[in-house]
Ligand binder design. Sequence first.
Ligand code: HEC
Length: 210
Amino acid sequence: MFKSKNPWEMDEVRIVVGAMVILAFATALLVVIPYFLLDDIKAPEGLKPYTREQLDGRQVYIANGCVYCHSQQPRDSAQGPDSKRGWGRASVAGDYKYDTPHLLGTMRTGPDLFNIGARQPSKDWHLGHLYQPRAYTPGSIMPAYPFLFEVRNGSAKDGEEVVNLPPGYVKEGQVVIAKPEAIALVQYLQSLNHTYPALNSDVKETRDSN
Ligand code: HEC
């Protein structure tokens, strides 16, 4: 006659239950607890929400994989020389209030961009650098993004954004015009400015000041 077994003695049940316990533990530690810890963090006073155009630029940043080479998370000076590199104070949770999803990044093939708007506010520089990084930083390994621009024989129409490139990067009789994606992307880059003091955070800034 069939004899029913105690399910806890079956290996399959133990494996499945064990896996679920580990997964639940990891989810609690990495998702649920941080959610409650960070849920009521307010945006610092100096942080402005993105405008419509800056948000469009943020999408261009995501679509073009800028995050694969650029981080947006300056570290505390105890962890690395980021502030000496001019990348700004260590970021705090509130700095990311309007960033969904955040673009922290994991690679630093290029510099951290969390404060690029303060470090390099020039629209002309950004447009030209996106069109041809080597025109501004000799030997740069950053890819060019020519498809965000239109190269045209003749002249620009009213209201179009002509890119002022260094001599030699645009042929005689041609103009390089920034497409709306490039203009939005540069507005987003210019908005990356978290140089205000991180006051309403419980992370102390003392280490950066010495
Ligand atoms: C393959 C890696 C790579 C990718 C992808 C990349 N970059 Fe870069 N980026 C670099 C490197 C390396 C530098 C430093 C040399 C230079 O200035 O060109 C740099 C520099 C920069 C700078 C100047 C930073 C400073 O501190 O002066 C900006 C702004 C920038 N990149 C924006 C972007 C944007 C926007 C994108 C996406 C459209 C992008 N990058 C994609 C590697 C990359």
